[in-house]
Structure formats: C-alpha cells, structure tokens
Design a protein around this ligand. Structure first.
Ligand code: SF4
Length: 316
C-alpha cells in the first residue's frame, strides 16, 4: 500500500502558541494552571497537558480564587474577560491572533454604524467568543438558505466577518448570496479564513486527485478537521475523520492501493504516525509526502511569559 501525506497538515501557529502558553505557564507558575475550555480541540493534547498539571474547566466559576487561568485558542466573549477581571484572576490569553483580528474587524464595522453578519457554525466556541466580543447584535449565518430570513433591510449598511476555520468554497457561496441580497455590504471576502485552514484545504484537494481513501486525523469537534473530511468526500474520495490509529477500520482501506493522510490544525504529528503504524499492522506500507507549501508563520507569546518579573494581569 502507498501512503501519501498531505503537506501542510497538522499543527498551525495558533495551536503551537496556545499549547506553549499552557506549558510555559506550568513551568513558570507551577501547577495547577486552569484552562477555560479545551485549549485546542484535541484529546491527546488535552490529556498530555492534564498530565503536566493543567485543569480544564468549561466555566470560570470552576476556577478557584487567584488561580492562573488560560483562555483557549478559540477566544472568549467580553463577558468572560470582564468576569475574570472582576474576580481578579491572573489571566493568560491564548486566543489565536487571527481570531483576535476578526474580533477587531467586527468591532470596527459596528463602530462605522454597520449591522454585522457573522458567517460561522452555531455553538462553536470561536463563534460564541466572536459574537460576545462585538458590542452590538450580531446575526449568525450558517448557510445560504438562512440569508433571506435575516431581519435586516436590504439597503441597510451591513458588514460581514467569518469564522477562521470554514470551507473556502462554501463561504464564497454565502458571501456571494449576501452581496446579492444587500446593496450596501462590505467584508473581507474569504480573508478571515486563516492561512492554516486554507493551506490544509488546498493540500487535501491535491491529495484527493491521487488517492483511493483519505484519512483525516483530528477530533470530531474540530471545525477545520471536519472541513478537510468534507472536501475529500466532495471530491468523490471516501474520507474518514479519526482521532488516532485505534479508530481506523481496516475495511475502509482493504481495497485501497493508495491511502492519503492529512491532519487538522489541532492534531499533533504523533497521531499521524500512530495511523501509519496501524496501517503497517495491516500490510507493507510505503510512505511519501506531497511537496506542498511550507509554512513559516509564528506568533509571539504573551509578554508575561517572556519576562520573569512581570506579574500576570487580571485580564489580557
Ligand atoms: S486554525 Fe487558524 S485561526 Fe485557528 S488557531 Fe490555527 S492559525 Fe489560528
């Protein structure tokens, strides 16, 4: 069996930064460090940080007074920031800078007097965080069909922003429909979909031309991983989202000559290796990697982690 690995795949700069924030906080302040929500959507990552002393909670009310608290890469609503501030919690903010950029863009549009539409998936923590950062009502749109139901006059000044991990193709369709409906609308086109999401989608599209089956390594609740599986399926290649090698069903690859593997932005490479090892248990495997785009993006850590004597702020 030939195995072709997509390039790029796996960790993005925002995920690397978020994990490093928790690890550095544990080293610097000592355990426990409290993390609101899964730092990134991957059980393996969460379990390894738990083993080092991180405590994961869903609500700030679960964080004891004075405990070092980390906000996840997905971002949080302003109410959460204010709550942490009122409680005097020392906070490190692991919100991806590309998510913060969307928050700021949305705030600017609202300050210009525009009604804001957010293209995204209901219930995703990034969407909840973005909606909660904008000091005005935000209209969430998930599909083109929902646009006609928006309670906004067609000639009102409107702007849109998007979740960072959407399907490029689906989002283009939704933006085109918004532009058809509203006569005075502005927005970033698909530029809010982050570089890592776009690069991984391009790579899986290339992969789909070469393989019989696609295995996407990632978590069920990872938005960008789900989009990779959808793109493979839309290209006509059976595509499966699996957390690791233990979830691989041998039936999926029984008749495959070439298996493609990619990984979502929150999946570590060790899990890709785990899937390859599982395939090797089924028969001889030759592994190659597509010559895709090399990523060089890096995000700086919060200043408090680089300067030993700077106390943590109550909010960030
Ligand atoms: S997927 Fe994109 S927006 Fe999300 S953490 Fe990674 S770089 Fe940031």
């Amino acid at each position: 069996m030939r195995v072709i690995l997509a390039q790029p795949r796996g960790f993005c700069a925002g995920v690397v930064r978020a994990i490093e924030i928790v690890e550095r906080a544990l080293e610097k302040y000592g355990p426990p460090v409290y993390v609101r929500h899964e730092i990134v959507h991957n059980r393996h990552v969460v379990e390894s940080l738990k083993a080092k002393g991180a405590h994961f909670v869903e609500e700030l009310s679960e964080v004891p007074a004075g405990a070092v608290t980390v906000f996840s890469a997905h971002g949080v609503a302003k109410a959460v920031v204010n709550d942490a501030s009122q409680r005097g919690l020392p906070v490190l903010d692991a919100t991806c800078p590309l998510v913060t950029k969307v928050h700021n863009q949305g705030k600017r549009y609202v300050a210009q007097g525009r009604t804001l539409v957010l293209i995204g998936h209901a219930g995703h923590p990034e969407v909840e965080g973005t909606m909660g950062q904008i000091p005005a009502p935000v209209h969430l749109v998930q599909t083109e069909a929902e646009i006609d139901k928006l309670p906004i006059p067609v000639d009102a000044p409107v702007a849109y922003v998007t979740q960072t991990t959407l399907s490029v193709d689906d989002t283009r369709g939704i933006i085109a429909s918004l532009q058809q409906r509203f006569t005075n609308i502005i927005g970033p086109d698909i530029k809010d979909i982050c570089y890592a999401t776009q690069n991984r989608q391009t790579a899986v599209r290339e992969l789909s031309r070469l393989v019989d089956v696609i295995l996407v390594v990632g978590a069920m609740n990872s938005s960008n991983s789900n989009r990779l599986r959808e793109i493979g399926t839309e290209a006509g290649v059976p595509s499966y989202l699996i957390a690791d090698g233990s979830e691989l069903n041998p039936e999926w690859v029984r008749d495959a000559r070439v298996v493609g593997i990619t990984a979502g932005a929150s999946a570590p490479e060790v899990l890709v290796e785990d899937v390859i090892e599982r395939l090797q248990q089924l028969g001889p495997v030759e592994v190659e990697t597509l010559p895709g785009r090399q990523e060089t993006m890096e995000f700086r850590l919060p200043v408090e982690l680089n300067q030993p004597r700077v106390p943590l702020p109550a909010t960030s």
